[in-house]
Design a protein around this ligand. Structure first.
Ligand SMILES: [Zn+2]
Length: 182
């Protein structure tokens, strides 16, 4: 397996099996980026990051996962995922994404933000006891509720009048870094 710096993507020459950076400078940059980010360590510490771009599927724009260096990524192939540092350092596509699993799930609530006001029913969902981070979706019209979850089949249904999708595996979810304080 090719070893590259998590920060700059340049190949590393090292004898250490766990080396992740080309230099201490880039290790420090990566740690600073994670510290600056509102995204919790629960997510930034896991090597389950991708980026995403819009692709047309059946004529409709969909958010497709890509690797930090622009190849197609899938939520089932860990070889296409990377660290938070590497995904953050990349400028490809529209932004970051995180692959669910390993105890991390997400509730995706569409169209629950209107004129900057979050639907109280969505806020109620966000107060689920195992939630640890809530943020706006890329459109700003939905919210993503990140929570601890055992892997189970995803659901997509109307709950209390809201469009709610719940996933805990086999999916990636966009991450904007625009948190919602509760
Ligand atoms: Zn580097």
């Amino acid at each position: 397996m090719k070893r590259v710096c998590d920060w700059c993507g340049i190949g590393i020459v090292t004898t250490r099996a766990d080396a992740r950076f080309c230099s201490s400078k880039h290790r420090i940059y990566a740690h600073r980026a994670a510290k600056r980010s509102p995204i919790p360590q629960r997510l930034t510490s896991r090597d389950r990051w991708v980026r995403w771009r819009y692709e047309l599927r059946n004529g409709k724009p969909t958010k497709a996962p890509i690797t930090a260096d622009g190849r197609r990524a899938t939520s089932t192939n860990p070889d296409t995922w990377t660290t938070f540092a590497a995904a953050s350092a990349s400028t490809l596509g529209e932004g970051l994404g995180f692959t669910l699993g390993d105890g991390i799930g997400c509730i995706d609530v569409d169209h629950c933000v209107s004129d900057g006001v979050i639907d109280p029913r969505a806020l109620e969902l966000a107060r689920t006891p195992n939630a640890f981070y809530v943020e706006y979706s890329p459109s700003g019209e939905g919210i993503h509720i990140w929570h601890d979850a055992d892997e189970q089949p995803g659901t997509r249904r109307t709950e209390n009048g809201l469009s709610v999708e719940r996933y805990s595996a086999g999916r990636y979810i966009t991450v904007t870094g625009r948190p919602i304080g509760l």
